[in-house]
Design a protein around this ligand. Structure first.
Ligand code: NAP
Ligand code: ZN
Length: 349
């Protein structure tokens, strides 16, 4: 089937309307009419080939929500009409240690929702800035939020799981002081989730304008990280830091805020390296630097259910597809609270 999409033909070109093909659903496939798609900073990195290796045409989008419109003969868990989501993963080998553990995100053959290998035309996957997508049922998530929240659920499919997974892995909970660095799409979800898990959350932002807003998200304290005096007040006091910043920056001021044995996990994925760490920032207090990539399918379902139970959704600004280029420019200036979401109905016109 031919459907409408929004994408780019080259890294230095704006996104524009285009037609793409979707396969007919196979026996294990679920066909989804996409209602909304969140706009992740990874979409910008990819469509502009900031990570290199982008295949064109590039149709980004991996925060997908919608309704099942058809299901293959062997699909047992989903039926037409169900509210579902697709995140960053649409395939993997299905039999390695990582897949067996439900950690498809770490499978060597993980296929991303866009820019991944596929037998479908044009030979690489095309994402959620489109009217429809067809995905193997293993990678389809069930949405249990009320339907009126559907647009604000979309960002959970990447921003939600990318922050939930490390918060769980590093066992964030009551009695802990947790830092979230960078209050964008990921960071604002990190604050909400760490707060819901019972931690004392400290938000670190470069934007004075987010000081009050970050409190409303659940941060007990907010630090403008450009201010050394404010940073010093938290020296050696944090158990864990989740760093979501999308650009290279000096990590050492943040290590110095960790207690002995504290860890900082990087989830931000800038296109060039950070200029640090200084070894002594780590060895003096046996601190750790780590990374984390999205989350597996079972944990993504767990996160969606946790959010439904706790009434957690993203704070969003809805846009039409043709506003996407302007939305990218605003994201690069930090001018969004906190996630743009495309109304995919706007693709039809
Ligand atoms: P975003 O909405 O644009 O937020 C990034 C935030 O970083 C900004 O709002 C800003 O927060 C802070 N920042 C500080 N200096 C910056 C600078 N020079 N340029 C850009 N941001 C700066 O981005 P996002 O969608 O949350 O994504 C954040 C990063 O995570 C991206 O690199 C993305 O590719 C990556 N990512 C990784 C994974 C993974 O699996 N590890 C998954 C999804 C996304 P303040 O104003 O508060 O300082
Ligand atoms: Zn993403």
């Amino acid at each position: 089937m031919i459907v409408k999409a929004y994408g780019a033909h080259a890294g230095d070109q704006p996104l524009e309307s285009m037609d793409i093909a979707r396969r007919a659903p196979g026996a294990h496939d679920v066909q989804i009419d996409i209602a909304f798609c969140g706009v992740c900073h990874s979409d910008i990195h990819q469509v502009r080939s900031e990570w290199a290796g982008t295949l064109y045409p590039c149709v980004p989008g991996h925060e997908i929500v919608g309704r099942v419109s058809a299901a293959g003969a062997h699909v047992s868990n989903f039926k037409p009409g169900d509210l579902v989501g697709i995140g960053c993963i649409i395939n993997s080998c299905k039999h390695c240690q990582d897949c067996d553990a439900g950690l498809e995100n770490y499978c060597d053959q993980m296929v991303g929702t866009y820019n991944g290998p596929t037998a479908d035309a044009p030979g690489h996957t095309l994402g959620g800035y489109s009217q429809q997508i067809v995905v193997h049922e293993r990678y389809v998530l069930r949405i249990r939020h009320p339907e009126e929240q559907l647009a604000a659920v979309a960002p959970l499919l990447c921003a939600g799981i990318t922050t939930y997974s490390p918060l769980r892995h590093w066992k964030v909970g009551p009695g802990q002081k947790v830092g979230v660095v960078g209050i964008g799409g990921l960071g604002h979800m990190g604050i909400k989730l760490a707060h819901a898990m019972g931690a004392h959350v400290v938000a670190f932002t470069t934007s004075e304008s987010k000081r009050e807003a970050a409190r409303a998200l659940g941060a007990a304290e907010v630090v403008v990280s450009r201010n050394p005096g404010e940073m010093a007040a938290h020296a050696r006091s944090l158990d864990f830091i989740l760093n979501t910043v999308a650009a290279p920056h000096d990590l050492d001021p943040f290590f110095n805020l960790l207690k002995r044995d504290g860890s900082m996990a990087l989830v931000g994925a800038p296109s060039s390296p950070h200029p640090s760490p200084q070894v002594f920032s780590l060895i003096m207090k046996r601190r750790s630097l780590a990374g984390s990539m999205i989350g597996g399918i079972p944990e993504t379902q767990e996160m969606l259910d946790f959010c439904a139970e706790h009434g957690i959704v993203a704070d969003i600004e809805m846009i039409r597809a043709e506003e996407i280029n302007e939305a990218y420019e605003r994201m690069l200036k930090g001018d969004v609270k906190y996630r743009f979401v495309i109304d995919n109905a706007s693709l039809a016109v």
